[in-house]
Design a protein around this ligand. Structure first.
Ligand code: HPA
Length: 269
């Protein structure tokens, strides 16, 4: 595995040496154009799996935001698509080998906490892993990180402070909450959402947690922003649809783009 990660990292190094990597989730793929960006598709990168979810592009761009070199991954891999845990975290581990220090993850989620509405942007403070797997299972690649990595400050408190400060400056309402990841692809039942709320979850979604675990394992700092695209099952008065998730994602994309554009140049220093 280390060898294929190195090959992928060497391939991407031809595009540049980004300090920050950003993963854009459902319906959010267009929010962050970079200056002078060079784009490759997932299928161009040796070892990278191809994303299959609707609303996900599957490309990687490297370019600049201000004077910071940034990599943007437009589209991501989900467990429900059939990828192995190792495949899901392959891109993030590649970025670590490429020298990326800060990983920014975005996703779409269902709102569980009281007071959340579709369209809200929420900074993830912590997570609950209900995916049923951990991407670090198996022999530990010691070159990447330790066998038992700490997850206490998985979502970097300093980066979160910066995000709140930039959001305030821009007049963007940014909340904070705990994200619970499920396997999907079926949305949750109302009983599950009730249980997740009792467990302390504010948001529910089907991604992000594997990438965060792999990034922390490899020593990257993490910031994650969720766009609430719908109220979770049983809280919403109507059945959930993927179209609804994509539509709200697109509507909020401009605001999220503004936030990321102003924030990312400040994250690496
Ligand atoms: N549940 C799980 N994943 C999601 C949801 C949801 O309600 N909305 C967007 N992604």
């Amino acid at each position: 595995m280390m060898e294929s990660l190195r090959v992928a990292a060497e391939f991407l190094r031809k595009l540049g040496e980004p300090e920050v990597a950003v993963v854009l989730g459902s319906g959010l793929g267009d929010v962050l154009p970079l200056e002078g960006e060079q784009v490759v598709s997932f299928s161009d990168v040796p070892g990278f799996p191809r994303p299959t979810a609707p609303g996900h592009k599957g490309e990687i761009a490297v370019g600049k935001l201000g004077d910071v070199e940034v990599l943007v991954q437009r589209g991501r891999l989900h467990y429900y698509e059939g990828y192995s845990p190792e495949e899901i975290v392959f891109p993030v581990r590649t970025y670590a080998l490429l020298g990326v220090k800060v990983l920014v993850l975005t996703n779409a989620s269902g709102g569980i906490a009281e007071g959340l509405s579709p369209g809200d942007l929420v900074l993830i403070r912590d997570h609950i892993n209900m995916l049923g797997f951990n991407p670090l299972r198996g022999p530990n690649p010691e070159e990447l990180g330790p066998r038992f990595p700490d997850m206490t400050r998985a979502y970097d408190p300093r980066l979160r402070e910066k995000a709140h400060a930039v959001a305030r400056e821009l007049g963007i309402d940014l909340r904070e909450g705990v994200y619970l990841a499920t396997m999907g692809p079926s949305y949750e039942t109302p009983a599950e959402i009730k249980a997740f709320r009792a467990l302390g979850a504010d948001l529910v979604g089907m991604s992000t947690v594997p990438e965060v675990i792999a990034a922390r394992h490899a020593g990257m700092q993490v910031l994650a922003i969720s766009c609430v695209t719908n109220l979770a099952a049983g809280i919403a008065k109507h059945p959930l649809s993927h179209e609804e998730v994509l539509e709200i994602g697109r509507k909020k994309a401009a605001e999220l783009g503004r936030l990321l554009q102003a924030l990312i140049p400040k994250l690496s220093r």
